[in-house]
Write a protein that binds this ligand. Structure first.
Ligand SMILES: C[S@@+](CC[C@H](N)C(=O)[O-])C[C@H]1O[C@@H](n2cnc3c(N)ncnc32)[C@H](O)[C@@H]1O
Length: 349
């Protein structure tokens, strides 16, 4: 049988590499110019990628991809933390000052949530985010929604050297196997232009944020959550060994925030968000009442996202709360689950 060419290789659901490249050339030419499918080893990596699957593809078997995407329809829930990540990645204290033409590669980009949030926060630089993810269904969904997106594993990028101004590893960095973490940082550093920044974000090992994953997500999602979270020392070491300099560490406020017309509506939206985002399907008996499930989730959030005064993030403002709360804000009610994320930033010389 004739060997299939690179363009004929299956790539994302419904697209071969060739069909994908044609689509990118037509709709996202600036991203197309950064792609490098002719890179040595691409053929092997594409074949490997086609055989890979993780829990973020769909909800079939032990997955939570469909429900995860459902939870991302509201771009405001994680807006505060995401804004801070863009300020750290760009070096601009105000995201509205990020210049048009700046490009950031969102390496664990899912279905493009960070791009959606960025477009709301910094419309002057719209188009800055290139969404990148190993899950085919995530990338297919991102493209369908109009985001420039690439399917690639973070440890091997189909992208040219020095082709972006910043790279983000956020909201799921613990999913990268410990043995791959240095290779991922080196690969991100390769695609950064000199002076570009790599931002590494996670919920620190043994913090309320990571204990939520081990105590709740591991226990009540079908896939479980057997991943090792990062420490500050590991982040610093990885960025140094990855060849980055001027390394800084930050503990940022990264809450989940929902709004509603009543206390009940804001609380219900938060509970449903947590249920979908983390795929907490094993929490209750199959026919349990929705109100009871919401109550269970809120109780778990209260038990886990309980911070000490000394846990206050570096950027704690008037919004900082040590524990989950629902309060009235003008005509609206706000449900807030506080989280503090650990972030390391390094610069390419
Ligand atoms: C928790 S989701 C975050 C998605 C999006 N950034 C968000 O905040 O909604 C983590 C994503 O990382 C992707 N992922 C995990 N490990 C990866 C790897 N080694 N390379 C590329 N993507 C990876 C998963 O497929 C998943 O879509």
């Amino acid at each position: 049988m004739a060997e299939i060419t690179l363009r004929q290789q299956p790539y994302i659901p419904g697209f071969t590499v060739g069909e994908y490249l044609d689509l990118v050339d037509q709709h996202f030419p600036e991203t197309g110019a950064r792609l490098w499918f002719g890179r040595k080893g691409s053929h092997t990596e594409l074949a490997r990628l086609a055989g890979l699957s993780n829990e973020f593809e769909t909800d079939h078997h032990s997955g939570r991809g469909d429900s995860y995407r459902q939870a991302q329809r509201n771009p405001t829930i994680r807006m505060r933390g995401i804004r801070t990540l863009f300020t750290l990645a760009s070096g601009c204290a105000d995201v509205r000052r990020i210049p048009a033409g700046w490009r950031v590669l969102d390496l664990l980009g899912g279905d493009g949530l960070l791009d959606r949030v960025f477009s709301c926060l910094a419309p002057q630089a719209r188009g800055a985010v290139i969404t990148s993810d190993m899950a085919g269904h995530m990338v297919a969904e991102a493209l369908r929604a109009g985001h420039a997106a690439v399917r690639q594993e973070a440890r091997y990028l189909f992208m040219h050297d020095e082709s972006v101004d910043a790279a983000l590893l956020a909201y799921g960095t613990h999913h990268i196997a410990p043995g791959d973490r240095l290779a991922v940082c080196r690969e991100a550093a390769r695609v950064l232009r000199p002076g570009g920044r790599l931002v590494l974000h996670d919920f620190e090992a043994d913090s309320p944020g990571s204990m939520w994953f081990s105590g709740v997500v591991h226990r009540y999602s079908k896939a479980g959550h057997p991943y090792r979270h990062f420490t500050a020392a590991e982040m610093t070491r990885l960025l140094k060994l990855g060849g980055l300099s001027s390394i800084t560490l930050h503990r940022i406020y990264d809450p989940l925030v929902t709004r509603g017309e009543s206390l009940e509506a804001a609380g219900a939206e938060m509970a449903d968000h947590l249920y979908d985002m983390y795929g907490l399907t094993e929490l209750a008996q199959p026919h349990a009442a929705r109100a009871d499930i919401r109550q269970m989730i809120w109780k778990l959030a209260e038990n886990y996202f309980l911070h000490r005064e000394s846990d206050a993030p570096d950027d704690a403002g008037s919004e900082w709360q040590r524990e989950p709360v629902i309060y009235q804000d003008g005509p609206e009610w706000v449900a807030l689950v506080p989280r503090v994320a650990l972030v390391a930033v390094g610069e390419k010389r």
